[in-house]
Design a protein around this ligand. Structure first.
Ligand code: MRU
Length: 348
């Protein structure tokens, strides 16, 4: 799989995911503004991937600050972090990446500005490497929960494209397949932007993993017919009690899974947990433009002047989640103490 995001010289290259699977094109970011546009317009998407992009964007931004004075540098850097944080509000990973960069800038207050810029860039590179490593560990931890011959339902795209590489929910599917398990994946097409149909399907084709795309509203029917053995999704933000925000439609899948006694798993790196949120009530839900619903592949599909409501995420209450699979292990209910434990000890 071609990496979703990478440094090349002093530019950041992103696969333009709006154009997949028809075209594999690079979107080149030469400034923090380019990265902010790319995240907002969903050139790059998926919580871990936009976290890494935010880190790289801040590194690009810091390079452009034309001062040797630490106080001026810090003030302008903090201003950039505010803009970066507002790009897409639901994913925890953007704030997580921003906080790490701020920590470096604060801790290096007695260094030359040029050294701080270097450190910020190095940190953005290491975020990418560590995310891939985390995904591989999520894959190993999660694949034990996948029985041989399982039919797995997934929603949206939580794959290599949504992360530094390999994927979270799709990382578990990959790891199970690589371990020789005979699995089949049902992929929700994921209206309105079709991340399932366009991106998850693209990744599964590349890896030769058997799958079938379904329309989002077919999931309940398949569960009732006992054609789904487990559900695995990614996450955008997880509160301390385990309430989880993910792509709109995830909540109804979790309720249907519980009704049909099917395990519902969430896969996410520690960077997707929000240690400051007690529960999901405080998770900000991004609302996107109505044209994403009213238009399909550039074609208007509703009557003129039709309005559509387009929340991009929903929150699944923790009681519907059988387990959360992280790079540090699998956490099970009751979640609060085990999630707090994820923040102790070294990062993996
Ligand atoms: O709007 P998107 O495409 O950024 O939404 C992505 C999701 O909801 C993913 O499931 C989530 O970010 C996890 S990606 C590993």
């Amino acid at each position: 799989m071609v990496p979703t995001i990478r440094w090349e010289g002093s530019s950041v290259y992103l696969i333009d995911q709006r154009k997949l699977p028809q075209m594999l094109e690079w979107f080149v970011c030469r400034s923090i503004d380019d990265v902010i546009t790319a995240i907002r317009d969903m050139v790059i998407r998926g919580a871990p991937a936009i976290g890494i992009a935010a880190g790289m964007g801040l590194a690009l931004g810091s390079q452009s600050l034309n001062t040797d004075d630490y106080t001026t540098f810090r003030r302008e850097f903090l201003e950039m972090t505010r803009r970066m944080k507002s790009t897409r509000p639901t994913a925890s990973n953007v704030g997580w990446a921003v906080e790490r960069m701020v920590k470096i800038v604060v801790e290096m207050r007695n260094h030359e500005v040029s050294a701080i810029k270097e450190a910020v860039r190095r940190e953005s590179e290491s975020m990418l490497e560590r995310d891939i490593e985390a995904n591989r560990n999520i894959g190993q931890n999660g694949m034990r929960l996948v029985p041989d011959r399982a039919n797995i339902l997934t929603h949206c795209n939580a794959g290599a494209l949504a992360t530094g590489g390999y994927g979270t929910a799709l990382g578990i599917i990959r790891a199970a397949f690589e371990a020789g398990k005979q699995i089949h994946v049902f992929v929700d097409e994921t209206r309105p932007l079709l991340q399932g149909m366009r991106l998850t399907a693209f990744e599964l084709v590349e890896d030769g993993i058997p799958f079938t795309v379904i329309v989002d509203c077919a999931a309940g029917y398949l569960m009732k017919k006992k054609r789904i053995d487990l559900v695995i999704t990614g996450a955008d933000r997880i509160a301390l009690n385990g309430d989880t925000a993910n792509k709109i439609g995830t909540y109804q899948l979790a309720v249907l899974a519980k009704e049909n006694e099917i395990p519902f798993y969430v896969a996410a790196p520690v960077s997707s947990f929000d240690p400051n949120l007690e529960n999901g009530d405080g998770i900000p839900i991004e609302e996107r433009g109505h044209e994403e619903v009213v238009f399909f592949a550039g074609q208007q599909i509703g009557p003129d002047h039709v309005r559509a409501y387009n929340p991009a995420f929903d929150v699944t209450p923790c009681q519907y989640i059988s387990a959360i699979i992280t790079e540090k292990g699998v956490v099970t209910p009751p979640y609060r103490s085990s999630i707090k434990g994820l923040f102790k000890g070294p990062e993996i």
